[in-house]
Design a protein around this ligand. Structure first.
Ligand SMILES: NC(=O)c1ccc[n+]([C@@H]2O[C@H](COP(=O)([O-])OP(=O)(O)OC[C@H]3O[C@@H](n4cnc5c(N)ncnc54)[C@H](O)[C@@H]3O)[C@@H](O)[C@H]2O)c1
Length: 437
């Protein structure tokens, strides 16, 4: 059988380069090491635990996703990355305080071997941070070339066959697309003159895409979704995904909101607040970084509720999002949602959600899945925006002519249908007439 897409097999090692070796990154890396040793399970990871139904419901075919599509195995992953702090991943994980010390000690030597390369960093874009492990260069172009050199050196030193890069760094200040982002040529000229509108994250993304690496943005900052990067990604056939991983409160929002809308239950207000005490919380305490996060968090409800189609139900919705930095909680965030809803004849009701979650525990499997699926996309020759990976992101990248899909269940269907399509299996529409004819 000829398949619709030709997928190169995942031979050799896959290097996973993470920009920012903080809470999320170290929880991902330590987790993979622990899982590899059989010390823990990859809960939350679709690539490791998910199944996919094939054919009719009567056929009983539901292989694991990792047995259905050719993904890199966990044993074949090699981790690396950059950070502005010099500490290796063991001490960074201890600082982050997400995983227990006893668990980290079980994978200590592997974690200690992952040392951050000097970062491209400028405090202008992340006000609350400063660190010593930072590159110097004559221009942003020079810094980009240094990142390209890091990528090549890492590939060679670790004998990697392929690489992917994910921005797991801090949330940068809010930025809008400007002239320097509008074409590759303008962007490259901007690099030469160290244009202010090019934040550090874009320098990494540019280097990755130039080298043909898939790139994902796990944070909300403006990084890869600008015409210059899309053009570069298409020239080097690099897959792209982002932005801002869908974990805690937004994950629950995109589960609850489609349910309310499915039953035409109106929503007058949605008030979301969080307390968070990790370094991410500290960075987001800066109003400019918070603005980036706020924009990303707020868009989901508008797209799910479609107020232009349902003005009486959702036209007058007040949506407020707050994040308060509260050190005692560390990575264990607490979120509250108060949702003012109304039903038949307009009678009001309320829904209260109190989610005591662990941010990085929710984020780690998503980083892993994104890396493995982006590598699959690259081997399958799928370049540019990978809309099927919207499932993982709060502000999914999308083609300019369509609105982003935020409903978690539609996103999952899109993801699984993409895998079926890649392997020449029938797409599942859930029509189901055939069982009753
Ligand atoms: N944890 C979640 O559930 C979640 C969900 C969505 C998005 N995010 C985003 O993921 C990112 C990482 O979160 P975290 O909790 O790991 O934060 P963190 O503060 O623990 O880690 C971020 C790391 O990035 C480093 N960094 C900052 N700028 C850098 C640069 N230019 N180059 C290299 N390193 C740089 C910092 O030094 C820090 O170690 C944040 O932007 C956060 O908003 C997290």
């Amino acid at each position: 059988m000829t398949l619709p897409v030709d997928i190169a097999p995942p031979r050799g090692k896959l290097g996973v380069l993470l920009v920012g070796l903080g809470a999320v990154a170290t929880t991902t890396i330590a987790g993979v090491f622990a899982i590899r040793k059989g010390l823990a399970k990859p809960f939350g990871s679709l690539t490791q635990m998910g199944t996919i139904r094939l054919g009719k419901r009567t056929e009983g075919r539901a292989p694991k996703i990792k047995d259905f599509v050719p993904l890199a195995g966990l044993d074949d992953l090699v981790f690396g990355g950059w950070d502005i702090f010099e500490e290796d991943c063991y001490s960074a994980a201890r600082t982050a305080g997400v995983l227990e010390a006893g668990q980290l000690d079980q994978v200590r030597s592997e974690l200690e071997a992952v040392k951050p390369m000097p970062a491209v960093f400028d405090q202008r874009y992340v006000k609350r941070l400063d660190g010593p492990n930072v590159k110097t260069g004559k221009s942003k172009r020079d810094l980009a070339e240094q990142v390209v050199a890091d990528i090549r050196a890492f590939k060679q030193a670790h004998g990697c066959d392929r690489l992917v890069m994910i921005w797991t760094g801090s949330t940068e200040v809010f930025m809008k697309q400007g002239p320097v982002h509008e074409s590759l040529d303008a962007f490259e000229r901007g690099l030469e003159r160290s244009d202010e509108a090019i934040p550090s994250s874009m320098i990494y993304a540019y280097a990755a895409l130039r080298e043909g690496l898939p790139f994902a943005n796990a944070a909300p900052n403006l990084t890869a979704d600008i015409p210059a990067m899309l053009d570069l990604a298409s020239r080097t056939r690099s897959p792209l995904a982002g932005n801002d991983m869908k974990t805690g409160q937004t994950l629950i929002k995109t589960v609850i909101a489609p349910g309310l809308k499915a039953r035409l239950i109106g929503v007058r207000g949605w008030y979301s607040t969080n307390i968070l005490g990790n370094r991410d919380g500290e960075v987001l305490d800066d109003p400019e970084s918070f603005k980036t996060k706020e924009e990303s968090k707020k868009s989901a409800l508008d797209y799910i509720f479609q107020p232009h189609l349902y003005p009486e139900l959702y036209g007058d919705l007040t949506h407020v999002v707050r994040i308060n930095y509260y050190p005692p909680r560390g990575d264990n965030k607490e979120g509250w949602d108060n949702i003012d809803i109304f039903g038949w004849l307009g009678y009001p009701m309320q829904l209260k959600i109190n989610f005591l979650c662990r941010d990085s525990i929710l984020a780690a499997p998503i980083v892993l899945d994104s890396a493995l699926f982006l590598d699959l996309a690259k081997r399958a020759g799928m370049a540019g925006i990978q809309e099927w990976l919207s499932f993982y992101f709060k502000a999914p990248m999308h083609a300019p002519e369509v609105y982003p899909e935020h409903d978690l269940f539609i996103q999952l269907m899109k993801l699984k249908n993409t895998l079926r399509y890649m392997q020449g299996e029938e797409l599942i529409t859930h029509l189901g007439r055939e069982y009753y004819d």
